[in-house]
Design a binder for this molecule. Sequence first.
Ligand code: LLP
Length: 422
Amino acid sequence: MSFPIPTLSREQGELRLEDVALNDIAARFGTPTFVYSARAMREAYAAYAEALSGVPSQVCYAVKANSNLAVLGLFARLGAGFDIVSGGELARVLAAGGQADRVVFSGVGKSAAEIEQALSAGIQCFNIESRAELARIAAIASRLGRTAPVAFRVNPAVDPKTHPYISTGLRSNKFGVDFDEAFELYREAARQPALRVSGIACHIGSQLLDPAPVAEAAEKVLGLVDRLSDEGIALDHIDLGGGLGIRYDDESPPSVADYLAPLLARYGTRRETLCFEPGRSLVGNAGLLLTKVELLKHGVEKNFAVVDAAMNDLARPALYDAYHAAVPVSTRAEATTRRYDIVGPICESGDFLARERDLALADGDLIALLSAGAYGMTMSSNYNTRPRAAEVLVDGSRTFVARDRETVASLLRHEHALPSDF
Ligand code: LLP
């Protein structure tokens, strides 16, 4: 089967991302390193832009998927807006050259400081997730003498049929306002002079492989928009969130065009701007985690390949039992193929990156863990005092260090040894 990363290939036995050999990346920048393909990101973005070319539309890249400044800059240059969930992410978007007036701010717990920061920056819209937040944003905007553009994130109570940890549109989830309450909340918001009702938002989950639940949610949202319009509350945008899944293993996700087709058919020639907040489908299969085999451990029951990356670098396998393909960077004819668990050096049994993979390996070999461009680096940690990996962006034959590898000294800089007088 082909690699899920479209710009990854094997030539004369060696893996290359675009025109760069992964062996060279490891030799120049060390391991573990996240490596991203600019071309794969541009192609993924172009698929949305093309599919949406017939309607007024906006793609707001979900920053949480991969928030590296170079990645944000690449999408900003392509004309993307951004979906953020913190003041920190807003700062990143601005530092990367993104425009504040193309930023939508989601999240259930925006602090007063974050709301002020976003108002001062002049973001496009707050996606409000509760009645309490409505009051908080109105009070802050009024105190600052500003008008806050707002949308409600509605919870359409649709089952997205994905992993329970990444479903967000069920009644039992903490996200969004209850669909049946939304109408009344809009009327309340419309009465507040410090608010400008601007849109509606909905995001039902992530790694969605079936377009039907999203189309069902859209149907409900559009019905509500029409009821609001009858009430004299006209919205300028309809944001249907992110969620389109990618291939990690043998999944066959719909193409962007097929995913959007039922929505666009239903959307027709409406005048509101149709927004999406894709994260994973823009960057997931544009990245891999390059790691080196420290040693092989052949046990009675299991063989382990202990590598220099760990759950602190790529948390998805430990957290969701997620699958990432593990591909040797160089093919090795002479080694015996064995069934390996690929594990990190962290002191946790959950510290695995891949399980039961048949591989021919030797000490020092490089392995690429594929589909690691989304929710890889952004969910990494320093557990076990492990400096975080470097990030390298490849564009054709060029490489760009988008993040230096952390050092232990850089980790300790934030801490203070106990002074003798304490
Ligand atoms: N918009 C909102 C409001 C979201 O909560 C999310 C993701 C997105 C957009 C982007 O969704 P995407 O297109 O990436 O599916 N850490 C998990 C995924 C968590 C997704 C959280 N929300 C993972 O590694 O699978």
